[in-house]
Ligand binder design. Structure first.
Ligand code: SF4
Ligand code: SF4
Length: 361
C-alpha cells in the first residue's frame, strides 16, 4: 500500500498503550479489540510490512466513525483518524473498497448523497419554496436532514422564521463533500464536490450550516484540501445563540431538565461548545453528561447505519444508558444524524429532543 511517510510514522508510533482503548464508541459497542484505534494501527502496520493484504483489514478500516475521541486522548499525540482516512483513500485508488462502500461512494457521486435519494418530502419542499428568493443569508441544510430526517429540516427552517429572519434555502442544494470525505478521504472526487459547493456558497454573505458534520467539512476540511469560500460560515447553533443575544429569538424556559449531547464535530473539531448551551439554557434547565464538551462520546449516525446497523444501534443505546445512569431523562442533540440514531433505539426511558424541538415546543 502506498502510504505517506507521515501516516506511516503515526501508524508505527502508536505505543499500543491502551490509553485510548476505553473511549472508542465503536470498540465499546462491539466489545471487539479489533475495533479500537490501536488494533487498527497494528493491522495497517502489518499491511505496510507485507505480512497481510489490504483487503483483509478493509472492514475494520470502515468500522471507525472518525469521531476523534482517540486523537483527543492519545497520550503520545498520534492521529488514528488521519491514518484511517489515508487508508480509505489508498484503498479507493487501488480499487480495494468493499462493495458496500463502493455503493455509497457511487451514490454520492451520482446523486450527491450516499443514500441514492432524489426526492425531498412534501413538507420540506413546501418549506424550502417559501424561502426560494435570493437573500444575503443561506440556510444550508445538508443531505442527512434533507433526505433522511426531513421533519427536522422543516423545524430548522421554522425556528429561523420564528425569529423573523429573512433567509434563502436551496431547492437543489449541492453536497458539502463531507460524506465522500468520510468514505474516501482526500480523493479528487471529494475535492471536486467541495469546490462545487464552495462556488455556490460564495454567492452569499453568510451561510448558516445546520448539520455539524457539514460545518466541520466547510470550515475545517475545505481549508485542509485547499478549497476556499468567501462566505462567512456559521454553525446553526452559533447563529441561534446570536439571535438570543440580539433578542430576536425570545427565551422561554419551560423548566424541563435536559442534558446536551455535544456533537464531536462542534466540540472537538470546531471547539464550539458554549453556543448550544446558551440556546438550550434559554429554553430548559441544562445539566451535563459526565463526558461532555471535548470529552463527548459519539451517539451514532445515519451513514454508518447503512452498513453497520446493529453496531450503530448499540452505540446509540449505550449513550442513552449514559443519560439514565446519571439520573437524567431527556437529551438534546445538535446533530441531526445523532438525533436520528438516538431516536432509532426502541426505549421509553429517555426523551430525545433536538434543539429545534425544544424551541418550538
Ligand atoms: S476515531 Fe472514534 S471510532 Fe475511530 S478509533 Fe478513534 S475513538 Fe474509535
Ligand atoms: S493512546 Fe495513542 S499511542 Fe496509545 S494506543 Fe491509543 S493511539 Fe496508540
Amino acid at each position: 500500500m502506498n502510504m505517506s511517510e507521515k501516516c506511516k510514522q503515526h501508524v508505527d508510533s502508536c505505543r499500543f498503550c491502551w490509553m485510548c482503548h476505553h473511549i472508542c464508541p465503536i470498540g465499546n459497542a462491539t466489545g471487539h479489540e479489533r475495533s479500537t484505534a490501536r488494533a487498527r494501527a497494528l493491522g495497517i502496520s502489518l499491511v505496510n510490512r507485507g505480512a497481510i493484504e489490504l483487503d483483509e483489514i478493509m472492514d475494520n478500516i470502515y468500522e471507525c466513525c472518525t469521531c476523534g475521541a482517540c486523537v483527543h486522548d492519545c497520550t503520545t499525540g498520534w492521529d488514528p483518524v488521519m491514518f484511517t482516512k489515508e487508508v480509505r483513500l489508498q484503498a479507493a485508488l487501488e480499487g480495494k473498497l468493499p462493495d458496500y462502500i463502493n455503493k455509497l461512494v457511487d451514490n454520492c457521486i451520482e446523486y450527491g448523497n450516499a443514500y441514492g435519494k432524489t426526492e425531498l418530502c412534501d413538507d420540506l419542499t413546501a418549506a424550502i419554496k417559501a424561502h426560494a428568493d435570493k437573500t444575503d443569508l443561506l440556510l444550508y441544510l445538508g443531505v442527512d436532514a434533507r433526505y433522511m430526517v426531513c421533519k427536522q429540516a422543516v423545524k430548522a427552517i421554522k425556528v429561523l422564521e420564528k425569529a423573523g429572519v429573512s433567509f434563502t434555502v436551496l431547492q437543489n442544494e449541492p453536497a458539502s463533500g463531507a460524506q465522500l470525505d468520510f468514505l474516501i478521504g482526500a480523493a479528487n472526487e471529494t475535492k471536486e464536490q467541495m469546490a462545487a459547493n464552495a462556488k455556490i456558497l460564495d454567492g452569499y454573505k453568510t451561510v448558516i450550516v445546520y448539520d455539524p458534520n457539514d460545518a466541520k467539512a466547510i470550515r475545517r476540511t475545505y481549508k485542509e484540501y485547499g478549497v476556499e469560500t468567501s462566505a462567512n460560515v456559521i454553525t446553526y447553533t452559533a447563529y441561534l445563540a446570536k439571535l438570543i443575544d440580539d433578542d430576536k429569538l425570545k427565551a422561554q424556559n419551560g423548566g424541563k431538565t435536559v442534558v446536551f449531547q455535544d456533537p464531536y464535530q462542534l466540540s472537538r473539531d470546531l471547539e464550539e461548545t458554549e453556543e448550544a448551551r446558551k440556546v438550550i439554557s434559554a429554553f430548559a434547565e441544562l445539566h451535563e453528561m459526565l463526558l461532555n464538551r471535548g470529552e463527548t462520546v459519539w451517539a451514532g449516525n445515519i451513514l454508518m447505519a447503512e452498513y453497520l446497523p446493529d453496531v450503530i444501534a448499540e452505540v446509540s443505546a449505550r449513550r442513552l444508558f449514559n443519560v439514565t445512569s446519571i439520573g437524567e431523562s431527556a437529551i438534546v442533540t445538535a446533530s441531526v444524524s445523532e438525533y436520528a440514531a438516538l431516536k432509532n433505539v426502541k426505549q421509553d426511558k429517555v426523551e430525545v429532543l433536538s434543539i429545534e424541538d425544544l424551541i418550538l415546543g
